[in-house]
Design a protein around this ligand. Structure first.
Ligand code: GDP
Length: 441
């Protein structure tokens, strides 16, 4: 996500190579590039202008900081401004003081509303809640079926009454059902149309007035760019939206909608969808997202995802192994299994500082088939070989290649990479973190 914006911004900072004091000309050059980057990302015009002005002001206040290089100074200020554009502090989903908490999901058809309802339910359940999904879109039987299928596959209950009961009644009945069944959260999947129309809004207002939801969450598709911002304005004016969930940020969305929506409507983005899988869903944390956009990585989110998959003891053990550089191919294999559960490799790598753009710059293909090859190679090794890869010489390499259906070159490549990785771990753990490519040059 945000690939183009990240690349453009890094390009702008890369040009600031002089180490001396920040010059007026440096700033002008960088800001011109930042402005182009924002325009290309489809950021709202007014928002972009304000953004650039803020940065100018901050930088002139900051000139005194001579310990930083010009690039570092500008990156720091751009980071601060991105954070404030995204809303500064994380806006968490509200919870009702007496259960059930009611989240009313609204949005246009195709925005990802039904998928998001299921994602939200799964997200809440992971935090110990007992959610109920409610099919309140009575115009599209397919939407009801879709919700039932999603709920079924995630083992989350779905409440529906078909297509002949008014949605506001379905909603109140569902809430009664949730109370009786001690469920903690009710997620209403309401009807969407292809375009905003009065009948739809009137229906949503009726549902809202009947159930007084804890949150009215508008689901918008990031790929629709500034259109998403307009949609948000209209929904907000009629319904009073309390939070936005932005979907499809994994796609080739340019990101402008995500950066503009709060500044234009005043409504914060609370959650983001980053893929089709039910777990491709996370809270928007302004500080972290700003770092990701600037290609500075998002280690915290990565660590949290890892924690969700790892158990504590294993994580500690892994940390110890990395610290003492006794990480073996056996551990590496186990890591691969955990990583596969965490999400697609390319998405994970993007969260590492400097890696996302490095991958794109070199046009490296990271696909999950490569992973299968690596797995097969490791599986063809003996336990001793996995513990001590240095004993894998010529004849062992040939045997492993034959056993895994790969070539000796593949085996060599893996062993080399593993060797590199171990060296890097030693560097990191000894405090000599390798220089980030291109960033602070
Ligand atoms: P609805 O009409 O608003 O209920 O939309 P759906 O939930 O049916 O979603 C429309 C399409 O968008 C489906 O193909 C979803 O898989 C897809 N989708 C939803 N959220 C995301 C997301 O975050 N990323 C991607 N790539 N696709 C998504």
């Amino acid at each position: 996500m945000f690939e183009n914006l990240t690349d453009r911004l890094q390009g702008a900072f890369d040009k600031l190579t002089s180490k001396g004091k920040l010059q007026e000309s440096d700033v002008d050059l960088a800001l011109r590039e930042v402005r182009i980057a924002l325009m290309e990302a489809d950021v709202n015009l007014k928002v972009a202008k304000q953004f650039i002005n803020q940065i100018k002001e901050k930088i002139s206040e900051q000139r005194a900081l001579e310990s930083l290089t010009p690039a570092q100074q500008i990156i720091q200020v751009v980071h601060q401004e991105l954070v404030s554009l995204l809303g500064s502090d994380q806006c968490k989903l509200e919870t009702a003081s007496t259960p059930p908490t009611i989240y009313m999901l609204v949005g246009l058809q195709g925005s990802g509303k039904t998928t998001t309802a299921a994602k939200l339910a799964l997200y809440l359940r992971k935090q110990g809640a007992r959610p109920l999904l409610v099919a309140a879109d009575i115009y599209r039987p397919a939407a009801i079926k879709q919700l039932q299928t999603l709920g079924g596959s995630l083992n989350i209950p779905v409440y529906s009454e078909g297509t002949s009961v008014p949605p506001e009644n379905i909603a109140t009945n569902a809430i009664d059902f949730a109370k009786q069944s001690s469920l903690t959260h009710v997620i209403l999947d309401t009807a969407g149309r292809l375009h905003i129309d009065e009948a739809m809004m009137a229906e949503l207002v009726r549902v809202r007035d009947k159930v007084s939801p804890t949150e009215i969450l508008l689901v918008v598709d990031a790929m629709t760019g500034q259109e998403a911002v307009k949609v948000a304005e209209q929904f907000h004016n009629t319904l009073g939206v309390t939070g936005v969930i932005m979907t499809k940020l994994d796609g080739d969305a340019r990101g402008g909608a995500a950066l503009s929506i709060r500044a234009v409507t005043g409504v914060p983005i609370k959650m983001i969808g980053t893929g089709e899988r039910p777990d491709a869903f996370e809270p928007l944390i302004p500080d972290r997202l700003a770092s990701r956009i600037l290609g500075l990585g998002d280690m915290l989110t990565l660590i949290e995802r890892a924690q969700a998959e790892f158990d504590e003891r294993k994580a500690k053990e892994l940390e110890r192994k990395m610290r003492t550089a006794t990480f073996t191919l056996e551990d590496f294999y186990e890591q691969l299994q955990t990583m596969k559960r965490m999400g697609p490799l390319s998405q994970l790598l993007e969260m590492l500082p400097g890696v996302g753009s490095a991958i794109r710059r070199q046009d490296l293909q990271i696909d999950d088939r490569e992973l299968k090859k690596v797995e097969a190679i490791i599986l063809s090794m003996t336990p001793e070989e996995r513990q001590h890869p240095e004993i894998i010489k010529g004849s062992r390499r040939r045997r492993i290649a034959a056993g895994s259906g790969t070539t000796v070159a593949d085996v060599n490549a893996l062993l080399n990479q593993f060797n590199q990785m171990q060296k890097m771990m030693k560097q990191i753990t000894s405090g000599r973190i390798p220089k980030l490519p291109g960033l602070f040059g």
